[in-house]
Design a protein around this ligand. Structure first.
Ligand code: GCU
Ligand code: CA
Ligand code: CA
Length: 544
């Protein structure tokens, strides 16, 4: 889900991620038939199955978008800074939405039916900036609501006493079923004492004073609180030290709560809520439908076979080999199929029909297998399929550019200011000893490979570098002589013996001038492949 816009135009788009492809499922746009939905969004949203059809809706503030991308309801009360969705009133069927609203011509706060948006009760028109809902006291049924109301209101709008000192965040911290107040870096009991002061920590979002996260991430159902340290050098996780007699599944077992943790990244975070009433006098919480992970006797491993190529198939180098596999699991589902050549993993596919396209395969004999993983963690390896690739000189080349599957990391920048490069740019390393560029490749067999770099060195001083493969220096000095100008490019190469498998390649400056500008790395030999290393950190050890 991608969501943009809440003061005026509002657009939500749902996407599938399948086979490395994003496909749009639907787009909701207030400019396309939903003009009244403009300006209804909050700085936060909630995801819940409000109409109880087994699919989740997006509660976007004063409006709600159905799971199929259609507008479900719209109160028209406009933008607000805080919203809470849960079974706020367990005496009514379904979920409720407690929201506060800006502007003086709409209610300051309102409780709505989450399925229809119908008004349950509201407070007078006012511009209200803070509001919370939680079960703070067992004296009134359900969750209390406050913010812009006269004091603390029960879920049926009875006066429930004075509003708490804070209208910010929440945590289930002590051992009872009531929820505690979290504000800034402390947690307090409503009408009671401070339970935690996280000294040395700081909160986020200015006057909103939010924690980094509160969520049930460890231990029993009570929530942990995470803040940044005041010096911004670490995150700290605090957990309760109070015991509890309440025994139940973790809060993360509740789908709506778990989704609440997933939407914390939406602008100003708000406390997560469960999809059932959690509080004083609650019945036993719903039992989640749990599948145990593991390969116990009741877990049948998946079955898997390579359907093509056929055993003994032959190709001409450089070959394009599409490997197809069938996989199934009698007591669950197949999570993914991984494709191997010998011990080298070629790739994987999570969506049937399972397949992998292996291109640029050099002459040689290869043994292909597919490994299926099921949803319980069991794995099965298919019978091996042998193929032969002949002719074609036995050697292929790949050129690795500075794209997403190309340069793993650069101690410096990717530039495009000096013309004559290929692809979208070149690596300009820092002018320092030890500055380098990293690549990751795989080789199907050990053998001699040629590594060639297209480079430009606009100075008259030679720039030397060492070649490090898998942490070992294979060539201690490769000379990148001056090319005459920064826009004149030349190629420098080194012949090396590489092992079979996935290899991390690094070219690292041995002088304070840094590397020559590097356009690409070309690898020539027996079927080298570029391996995606997005996010891989630099291998440089002396980096500060
Ligand atoms: C110039 C040139 C850069 C180069 C740098 C260097 O600034 O434009 O591309 O990397 O010199 O000396 O390394
Ligand atoms: Ca440079
Ligand atoms: Ca390039």
């Amino acid at each position: 889900m991608m969501c943009r816009g809440y003061y005026t135009r509002t657009v939500l788009a749902a996407w599938n991620w399948r086979n490395s492809q994003l496909t749009n499922i639907w787009t909701f746009d207030s400019n396309a038939g939903y003009a009244a939905y403009a300006g209804q969004g909050n700085h936060n949203l909630s995801v819940a199955d409000v109409d109880q059809d087994g699919k989740d809706e997006i509660v976007y503030g004063a409006c709600c978008i159905n799971d199929n991308g259609a507008g479900l309801w719209n109160s028209g009360y406009g933008h607000g800074d805080a919203m809470h969705v849960s079974d706020i009133n367990p005496g009514r069927s379904g979920l409720e939405v407690w929201g506060i609203h800006e502007g003086t011509s709409t209610p300051g706060s309102a409780l709505l039916d989450a399925a229809t948006g119908a008004l349950i009760w509201k407070t007078a028109n006012a511009d209200v900036g803070r509001g919370v809902s939680a079960d703070l006291t067992g004296s009134y049924a359900g969750m209390e609501c406050w913010g812009g109301t006269s004091g603390l209101r029960s879920c049926t709008n009875a006066s429930a006493g004075s509003a708490p000192a804070s209208s910010n965040h929440l945590a289930w911290w002590d051992g009872d079923d009531l929820r505690e107040l979290l504000d800034g870096t402390s947690i307090t009991k409503y009408g009671g004492s401070t339970l935690l002061s996280a000294s040395g920590c700081a909160s986020n979002n200015g006057t909103k004073s939010n924690p980094a996260l509160t969520a049930d991430i460890l231990g029993d159902w009570r929530e942990e609180a995470i803040w940044r340290a005041s010096d911004n050098l670490s995150l700290r996780i605090y957990e309760t030290t109070t015991t509890t007699s309440r025994r139940m599944y973790t809060l993360m077992h509740d789908p709506q709560y778990r989704l609440s943790i997933a939407w914390q990244n939406v602008a100003y975070n708000q406390p997560p809520h469960t999809g059932f009433f959690f509080g004083s006098g609650m019945p036993a919480p719903p039992t989640p439908n749990i599948t145990l992970v593991g390969s116990g006797s009741s877990n049948s491993p998946p079955s898997v076979s390579i359907t093509s190529p056929a055993n003994g198939a032959s190709y001409t180098a450089p070959a394009a080999v599409t490997i197809n596999a069938n996989a199934s699991d009698s007591d669950g589902s197949v999570a993914r199929v991984e494709f191997y050549q010998g011990a080298t993993k070629l790739g994987e596919d999570a969506i049937p029909p399972y397949s992998y396209s292996w291109s640029g395969v050099a002459a040689g004999s290869y043994s292909l297998t597919a490994v299926a993983m099921d949803d319980d963690g069991a794995a099965t390896t298919s019978p091996a399929v042998g193929i032969t690739v002949t002719g074609g000189g036995g050697s292929t080349s790949i050129t690795i550019q500075e794209n997403t599957t190309g340069f793993c990391s650069v101690d410096g920048t990717i530039d495009s200011n000096n013309a004559g490069y290929t692809g979208t740019g070149f690596a300009n390393s820092n002018n320092a000893i030890g500055a380098g560029v990293d690549w990751r490749i795989s080789t199907p067999s050990s053998g001699t490979y040629t590594l060639a770099w297209r480079h430009a060195n606009g100075t008259t001083t030679n720039r030397t570098a060492k070649l490090i493969v898998g942490g070992t220096t294979l060539v201690s000095s490769i000379n990148f002589t001056g090319t005459g100008s920064w826009t004149t490019w030349a190629t420098v190469s080194a012949n090396v013996t590489l092992a079979a498998g996935t290899l991390d390649i690094r070219l690292e400056s041995t002088t304070s001038s840094g590397l020559s500008n590097i356009d690409y790395l070309m690898v020539t030999g027996n079927g080298p492949q570029a391996v995606n290393c997005t996010g891989k950190a630099s291998q440089r050890l002396d980096q500060t």
